[in-house]
Design a protein around this ligand. Sequence first.
Ligand code: ZN
Length: 130
Amino acid sequence: MLKKKNERIKTRLRKGDLVQVVCGAESGARDPRKADRNDLGGRGRIKSIDRRTGRVVVEGLNMRKKAVRPDPNRNRPGGIIDVEGSIHISNVMLVCPKCDMPVRVGVKVLGNGKKARVCKKCGSKIGEEY
Ligand SMILES: [Zn+2]
């Protein structure tokens, strides 16, 4: 997708949302070398969203190794730790708690003037009103 520098990506995903990996190189879908990661279909909660790069970090998904130096100030030993890599927003979908599957999300204006995200499949509300 072509986008301007520093343009912020629009998404209905929020921090803390449960998402499922539906596609993408990080999922191991096509690359057999990554197949053992088996992240395709994997689920997790969004830890952070980068609206500039359009990538999300999902808890426990797209794990990679990172070498860290020992830090005596923070009482941290050195070594190799597991950290989450980012996944492009287009490769994850919000999981509807009712359908229990990845769905597209719409926004509905409620009677009280507030808005809520809804599942496009079953129409049930997802998350908090805002
Ligand atoms: Zn649903």
